[in-house]
Design a protein around this ligand. Structure first.
Ligand code: SF4
Length: 265
């Protein structure tokens, strides 16, 4: 099954703090798939208000941009769609001795579930470690291929993300995605992006949903995409981390998008 890619490049994972399941600080090849179910309003919301991959929301871009050499930041275009073997060829070319894993990200990779299924199976058969970054809204597709995902980060969107009309329904889907990955033996952690508009009450609702899951949670202050989106202040941030730690079993940690701070891809 072929599919649509937005970009493929080599960099270091900048999110995830030091929690189990995170690949923070480790070298990855990022395969950014095209299309996002949330931005397509599948759940009745809008795109996430802080979305930093807007160009990857389109499902069928004519071209994918591919890095010329590992980490050199120069790209060439190739025509979409691509086969899993095409993607593997670029991964082999961009591989470096310090490569940890292949990050399958987006957009929302599970929006192209059949392509994702074939790509993950191929990557595992070639001996690569795989890392999935997902908004968690498609738990229905995970049982088919979670066994081929070594590491995963599942978003737990806050209400102020505007990602869904029924925010609690999206939360239920995200929690179910985490459960499916745990069943498959994936090392999974949850990520909550917070802004100055995130309510403590919503963090407590999220924490209560996570209460019986031994899964680490990272709280990540938003990287503001514009002047309207701001980070929470320090006191509020610590109220969030403490509320989560009081109610959940896993480690709670703070994360920033370090790659953005230092200007890497
Ligand atoms: S789920 Fe990800 S790609 Fe989709 S709108 Fe939200 S941040 Fe953007």
């Amino acid at each position: 099954m072929s599919g649509y890619i937005y970009e493929i490049f080599s960099s270091f994972q900048g999110e995830g703090a030091s929690v189990a399941g995170s690949a923070y600080g480790l070298r990855q090849i990022f395969v950014r798939m095209a299309g996002c179910n949330i931005a397509a309003k599948e759940l009745g919301g809008t795109q996430c208000v802080w979305c930093d991959t807007k160009d990857a929301q389109i499902f069928d871009p004519e071209h994918a941009r591919i890095e010329e050499g590992p980490g050199n930041g120069k790209f060439f275009l190739i025509k979409n769609p691509m086969t899993p073997e095409d993607v593997l060829g670029h991964i082999s070319r961009l591989s470096t001795p310090d490569l940890h894993s292949i990050s399958i990200t987006g957009g929302e990779p599970l929006s192209q579930d059949d392509f994702c299924l074939d790509l993950l199976a191929l990557l595992k058969s070639e001996g690569y470690k795989t890392y999935l970054e997902s908004n968690g809204a498609r738990p229905d597709v995970l049982p088919r291929f979670a066994k081929n995902i070594d590491y995963a980060c599942i978003d737990l969107k806050t209400k102020d993300s505007k990602a869904a009309f029924d925010w609690r329904l999206l939360l239920e889907l995200e929690i179910e995605s985490i459960k499916q990955l745990l069943i498959a033996g994936t090392k999974v952690y949850a990520k909550i992006v917070v802004t100055s508009k995130t309510e403590l009450e919503d963090i407590i609702i999220i924490a209560d949903h996570m209460a019986n899951l031994d899964v680490p949670v990272i709280v990540q202050p938003v990287s503001p995409p514009n002047d309207n989106i701001k980070r929470p202040d320090w006191e509020t941030l610590t109220l969030f981390t403490e509320a989560l730690a009081e109610r959940t079993m896993g480690i709670v940690a703070l994360s920033y998008q370090v790659h953005k701070m230092v200007g890497y891809l």
